[in-house]
Design a protein around this ligand. Structure first.
Ligand SMILES: *Cc1c(COP(=O)(O)O)cnc(C)c1O
Length: 371
């Protein structure tokens, strides 16, 4: 069996261990300490946002983000349908109601037209949605001008799920920083990893203060343990934050490598007429977390995927939309067919920043062989 080529595997530098060792040497083995503070400051510096709280996961960050936006039972929360389930699950933790919105074709992200229709419809029925979660899928920025315009017009706050999009920008601004709240993920498969982890960012100081309060069991200011809120144990460990500090130092290199994977595939495969690549609209800059291709049909996609699988190469269909998921299909949705089509015809190719040219060549040869 040939060596496995992964879709997106962790890519460490070794420098992470300097920060981890420091934590051990100074006995900061706790969910607070110099690496936690340092990592937060460095995320702020990198993204150009004012405040940050690092947490155990991106999912925890979305959960806290919705609490900060005062989402409660039976509130409506609008969310992209074309995403990973972790974008929607926290809405359900709060017993709120997800309203799922389909994609537009240029970026695969939330369609602004359907977003506005959904808002108008909810308002007409007497209930304004409490928040909007937009997702920058595979690192591609959403159509921010349109979405922020709608958010302002109807005064509904936006949470940017930038779990896949740290290092991406829109008109020069970092994803996650253009609305009320942004979140990042440092899970093992993301562009930089801490094994598991996440962050919540905002320019609103009170939000971050409250996020840290809620993430550390909501302790009131008293010498004994006193609580007047339900709390969570969501703070990132100082060990894990050390890995993050090392990883953030090389994020720009990781973006470069992933973008160069995209160019490599595009150059060698776009002559095949059954395969198309999605270019960035002007002033959209994607970290190209995963390179995605669209094939001519479900049958062709499966043929390519299975040929790769036989060669021990991991490739996956694009996300299955939430409105088609057994657990979420009962919720209201606004659908134009785009995400279902992307799910049927799309494929994510191996995209790690640690892939060699030999690996990439193997993937390309195998795809060509499947025709
Ligand atoms: C990975 C991911 C998350 C969840 O982040 P975790 O750190 O794994 O909890 C949320 N949304 C999207 C779009 C993701 O890809």
């Amino acid at each position: 069996m040939k060596e496995k080529i992964w879709l997106s595997s962790p890519h460490l530098t070794g420098e992470e261990q300097k920060y981890v060792k420091e934590a051990f040497d100074t006995n900061w083995v706790a969910p607070l300490g110099p690496n936690v503070n340092g990592f937060e400051q460095e995320i702020c510096n990198y993204t150009g946002t004012k405040h940050c709280s690092v947490l155990v996961s991106g999912t925890a960050a979305i959960h806290l983000g919705l609490l900060l936006l005062d989402v409660k039972q039976d509130d409506q929360v609008i969310c992209s349908s074309f995403t990973f389930s972790a974008s929607v699950n926290p809405i359900c933790y709060l017993k709120a109601i997800p309203i799922l919105i389909d994609s537009e074709k240029d970026t695969f992200n939330m369609c602004p037209k359907l977003l506005e229709i959904a808002i108008k419809n909810s308002i007409a029925k007497g209930k304004k949605p409490k928040a909007i979660i937009i997702v920058h899928l595979y690192g591609m920025p959403s159509k921010m001008d349109e979405i922020i315009g709608i958010s302002k017009k109807y005064s509904i706050p936006v949470l940017e799920d930038a779990a896949e999009a740290i290092g991406s920008t829109y008109k020069g601004k970092a994803m996650g920083t253009m609305t009320e709240i942004g979140i990042y993920s440092f899970n093992g498969n993301k562009i930089i990893t801490t094994s598991g982890g996440g962050a919540l960012v905002s320019n609103n100081k009170e939000f971050i203060k409250k996020a840290i309060f809620l993430a550390t069991q909501a302790r009131d200011n008293a010498p004994h343990y006193q609580h007047s809120h339900i709390g969570y144990n969501y703070r990132m460990s100082n060990i894990v934050a050390g890995i993050g500090r090392g990883q953030l130092e090389v994020l720009n290199d990781r973006v470069k490598a992933r973008r160069s994977n995209f160019e490599y595939y595009k150059k060698r495969l776009s002559s095949i007429k059954e395969i198309t690549f999605t270019d960035e609209p002007k002033e959209f800059y994607s970290n190209r977390w995963l390179t995605t291709i669209l094939t001519g049909s479900y049958k062709i996609r499966e043929k390519i995927r299975l040929t790769l699988e036989k060669e021990n190469i991991e490739a996956r269909p694009l996300w299955k939309p939430m409105h088609l998921q057994p657990i979420f299909k009962k919720y209201p949705s606004y659908i134009n067919g785009t995400s279902e089509d992307l799910f049927n015809r799309g494929l994510c190719l191996p995209s790690g920043s640690n892939l060699s040219n030999i690996d990439l060549q193997r993937v390309v040869d195998c795809i060509k062989k499947s025709f």
